[in-house]
Design a protein around this ligand. Structure first.
Ligand SMILES: CC(C)(COP(=O)(O)OP(=O)(O)OC[C@H]1O[C@@H](n2cnc3c(N)ncnc32)[C@H](O)[C@@H]1OP(=O)(O)O)[C@@H](O)C(=O)NCCC(=O)NCCS
Length: 157
């Protein structure tokens, strides 16, 4: 919860939430949504992880999530969101890999998914770089997406 304001500020950058549906433009609903996401107990080992720079532990970079799909499930989804100033430096990939290990080795999930807006090339690249497999076209909140899956046998580390 100590990262709430950083999360809200990040989402209010329209470039950051460009390909993600959510109540970003309504301050009250947005804050309620993020508080709820932070406070919800998704199951042992699942949730959101804030990212900080190794060189500056107080610099909030963004977060990685591993939660039931859309907060509901039953499938498990993985996701990433970073401040725009932190894009393009490999941080999303670097921060996601320990969560992939955690998912398989600690939580013991069999697989997890990501549905990514077809225009979100940077996010699809992160999915590919961590070893996720493209499974086909899908839809989320009425928008065309590409679906990716990760299974333990595909882990490359
Ligand atoms: C998607 C996001 C997390 C990527 O973060 P990042 O730290 O820049 O990611 P990385 O640097 O680890 O890797 C990004 C890769 O995508 C590539 N990339 C970035 N933008 C791209 C674009 N528009 N087209 C093609 N490739 C792109 C980068 O070159 C890099 O690949 P490379 O290492 O082969 O060069 C970040 O842009 C973000 O937070 N976006 C807004 C939130 C969001 O869309 N989240 C995902 C929702 S599904």
């Amino acid at each position: 919860m100590s990262d709430l304001n950083d999360c809200l500020e990040m989402d209010r950058d329209a470039e950051v939430t460009k390909y993600i549906s959510g109540p970003w433009k309504n301050h009250t609903q947005h804050e309620r949504f993020v508080r709820n996401r932070i406070e919800t107990h998704y199951g042992v080992g699942l949730g959101y992880w804030s990212i900080f720079l190794e060189s500056n532990h107080s610099k909030f970079v963004g977060w990685i999530l591993l939660i039931p799909y859309d907060g509901v499930g039953p499938e498990i989804e993985i996701g990433w969101r970073l401040n725009r100033t932190s894009w393009g430096m490999g941080y999303a990939t670097e921060a996601t890999l320990p969560i992939v290990k955690h998912a398989f080795n600690t939580v013991g999930v069999a697989k997890f998914f990501a549905d990514i807006d077809i225009r979100n090339n940077g996010s699809m690249r992160v999915a590919e770089k961590i070893g996720m497999q493209f499974t086909g076209d899908s839809e989320h909140a009425g928008l065309p997406c590409k679906s990716y899956i990760m299974t333990k046998d595909k882990v490359r580390f």
